[in-house]
Design a protein around this ligand. Sequence first.
Ligand SMILES: [Fe+2]
Ligand SMILES: [Fe+2]
Length: 268
Amino acid sequence: MRIAFIGDIVGRPGRSIIKENLKKIKDEHHIDFVIANYENASHGFGLTSKSAAELFNTGINVMTGGNHTWDKKEIHTLFDKYELLRPHNYPDEVSGTGCKIYEVAGEKLAVLNLMGHFSMPMTDNPFRCAKETISDLHEQGVQNIFIDIHAEATAEKRALLMMCKSQVSAIVGTHTHVSTDDLQIYEGTGYLTDIGLTGCRDNVIGMSAKIPIQRFLTGLPGRFDVPDKCKSILQMVIFDISAGKCTKAFKIKKFNDGREFQTEAWID
Ligand SMILES: [Fe+2]
Ligand SMILES: [Fe+2]
């Protein structure tokens, strides 16, 4: 199977560039299944019902969350309506789930969403949660496993790779909104520390630069805002998966002016 992952979609510019390009990219690269992260999809904070409908209409199959999952209260009602996950290491009594199994190209694929600890809300241990969930999935005969690790610290993401290598098909980091340059296949596991945002590329992590600059100059609070118009970017990583192992991976960066860049994964 060939799956694709899009990281943090930030506001309208992120939704628009997906709407304009995803169907074409899916056809061109024969992609079977698309996963995307929704935590900043509605004006930078959380997800509304309207944005969910809009995004699922572009060809996305399932969306993962993060610390901003809860910013729009209606999220609690959306888990039953759409294929939406939230980090799996939130306690059981929190609404939604962070792991679901899908049928893709005649095989089973599990999508697991986890959240790191450094500079994040308090949750259960993501590493213990990963170990238990992966072992449960293997017991159920599910070999193809994709993980979105939503975390600030690169070390947490690297540690997850070293702990789960050969046991899961791919691990991609989200949350920082800035992409890293380490796309690789390590002992059968596709890996990228952070995929970076899909949204404005000429600002500060997808938000208008004015407020962050003022905040850093003065130390005073200010609310981040997504610009209506900007230079935007769509960032997507594509994995070929067979019998639970990643066999090929590459990343596509598409700019709103039509430029496109591709990077191949190195294999170790
Ligand atoms: Fe984010
Ligand atoms: Fe986040």
